[in-house]
Design a protein around this ligand. Structure first.
Ligand code: ADP
Ligand code: MG
Length: 273
């Protein structure tokens, strides 16, 4: 009789590494390859719940791949990632492979919201419809409740008057604020931002950063990839510098920006500051 495939969902162990409360992200010895190219190399990082982590690094250093792995848009091939001790998808131990089923992956992914550089709103849906679609279809929230939350979130991002507009009728900054409200509508434990202001005209960057700052102050766990150093200095609890798939340096903004320990961090900062 062949051994059962090592894939029992309810056998997936919890990571018991000292998490506190909602939204702690544990990234433990994570690696990721695309073919022969290794884009994440033994990345270990803890994001405490309620904290703000800013990830810096030049293009191609693996920042997006790391965020996409936290959201299970990518499957890591070594190590593991957990949110509040709940494994995201996959973990390889010495001789055992744990892997969640598709349904569980979908459930876990709801805990991790993501905001992309290019907004990614549904163009054929109004702002309100963009905000209620996932809560209704993924979380099973009744429509009136989903709409009430959507209006609340639109007020929070300063767009109450745009509920019935279509994305194309909004500026880039407004679209990105809708995208943030849409991510919040699923009540995620962690919110990931991948260069949320890189596609915006300079005069629209401030309004999006202001919304993210408000989230930071309200205690939402945030992981933000950005090149906005002034913003990072202001909101980050932790700054992480990545190069070639590795975390080279981690510290407070004070430590990393004023007294970088790694010469490559100093070189990078000299270029962007
Ligand atoms: P960053 O966000 O820091 O610019 P990425 O995580 O996007 O870096 O990319 C890291 C490396 O992985 C780059 O060399 C990139 O070309 C490569 N890469 C990213 N996505 C893929 C993919 N789907 N297939 C092959 N290579 C990829
Ligand atoms: Mg990227």
């Amino acid at each position: 009789v062949p051994a059962a495939a090592p894939q029992a969902t309810d056998a997936v162990p919890r990571w018991s590494g000292g998490f506190t409360r909602g939204g702690e992200v544990t990234i433990h010895g994570v690696s990721k390859h695309y073919g022969a190219l290794q884009v994440l190399k033994d990345v270990t990082l803890t994001v405490p719940s309620g904290s703000v982590t800013v990830v810096l690094g030049q293009s191609g250093s693996g920042k997006s791949t790391l965020l996409r792995s936290i959201n299970h848009l990518e499957r890591v091939d070594g190590g593991f990632i957990a949110i509040d001790g709940e494994l995201i998808g996959y973990r390889q131990d010495a001789d055992t492979l744990y892997e969640l089923g598709e349904k569980d992956i979908l459930q876990r992914r709801v805990d991790v919201g993501m905001v992309f550089q290019n907004f990614n709103l549904f163009p054929h849906l109004t702002v309100l419809e963009n905000l209620i679609e996932a809560p209704i279809s993924v979380r099973g929230v009744p429509r009136p409740e989903a709409e009430a939350l959507a209006h609340e979130l639109l007020a929070r991002v300063g767009l109450s008057d745009k509920a019935h507009s279509y994305p194309r009728q909004l500026s880039g900054g407004q679209q990105q604020r809708v995208a943030i409200a849409r991510a919040l509508a699923l009540k995620p434990k962690v919110l990931l931002f991948d260069e949320p202001t890189s596609a915006l005209d300079p005069e629209l960057v401030g309004e999006v950063l202001a919304v993210i700052k408000e989230l930071a102050r309200s205690g939402t766990t945030l992981v933000i990839v950005t090149h906005e150093i002034g913003f990072a200095r202001e909101v980050a609890d932790t700054v992480v510098f990545m190069e070639q798939g590795q975390v080279l340096e981690t510290g407070t903004p004070e430590q990393v920006f004023n007294r970088p320990q790694h010469p490559r961090t100093a070189e990078f900062l000299a270029k962007v500051l």
